[in-house]
Ligand binder design. Structure first.
Ligand code: GDP
Length: 174
């Protein structure tokens, strides 16, 4: 009911990173429990939501998907507006996406200020084809002072932990 709704903490989370690193898949996995090799992005669907508990509080995460339009400025403004937490994602098998992490972090800081952020190395199931070393990933995470999660959206590894951590981090600040 309305009263309960007022008590709820809502957090807008944006997920950024180069195309094809698995951002949409991560949202689908976390919110709907599904994974598909060729999920069709729907332009116009703003976000999916998921409720979780953080130390006795009910938290509502609204996970915003760019629908692959992240390079277009008009979409960008609405996408970042009011964001309170962020995932910066790259892919284990896409070196350029790793090299773009700095740029994405800066973009979020420019648009949203300082919000809780985590670094996600996705597609860890493809480690045998990795284009990045563990050492350089750890080095970057340390340098950027970001908590690092290695995930496989495909195998459902660590995805929940990313969002639980972000929610806890956010709640501990309010
Ligand atoms: P986005 O452009 O960042 O939103 O990326 P998508 O979610 O569209 O994912 C791009 C492709 O990577 C799709 O074919 C996904 O099925 C695939 N994908 C996403 N996550 C994983 C993963 O953890 N492992 C593997 N092997 N493929 C993944």
């Amino acid at each position: 009911d309305l009263y309960e709704d007022d008590l709820e903490i809502s957090i807008k989370v944006v997920i950024v990173g180069n195309g094809a690193v698995g951002k949409s898949s991560m949202i689908q996995r976390y919110c709907r429990g599904i994974f598909t090799q060729n999920y069709k992005k729907t332009i116009g669907v703003d976000f999916l939501e998921k409720h979780l508990r953080v130390s006795d509080e009910e938290v509502r995460l609204m996970l915003w998907d760019t629908a692959g339009q992240e390079e277009f400025d008009a979409i960008t403004k609405a996408y970042y507006r009011g964001a309170q937490a962020c995932v910066v994602a790259f892919s284990t098998v896409d070196r350029a996406s790793f090299e773009a992490v700095r740029k994405w972090k800066k973009k979020v800081e420019d648009e949203c200020g300082l919000v809780p952020m985590v670094l996600v190395q996705n597609k860890i199931d493809l480690l045998h084809e990795s284009q990045v070393t563990a050492a350089e990933v750890e080095h970057l995470a340390k340098e950027l002072q970001m908590r690092l999660y290695r995930t496989s959206v495909k195998e459902d590894l660590n995805v929940m932990n990313v969002f639980q951590h972000l929610a806890e981090n956010y709640v501990s600040r309010v």
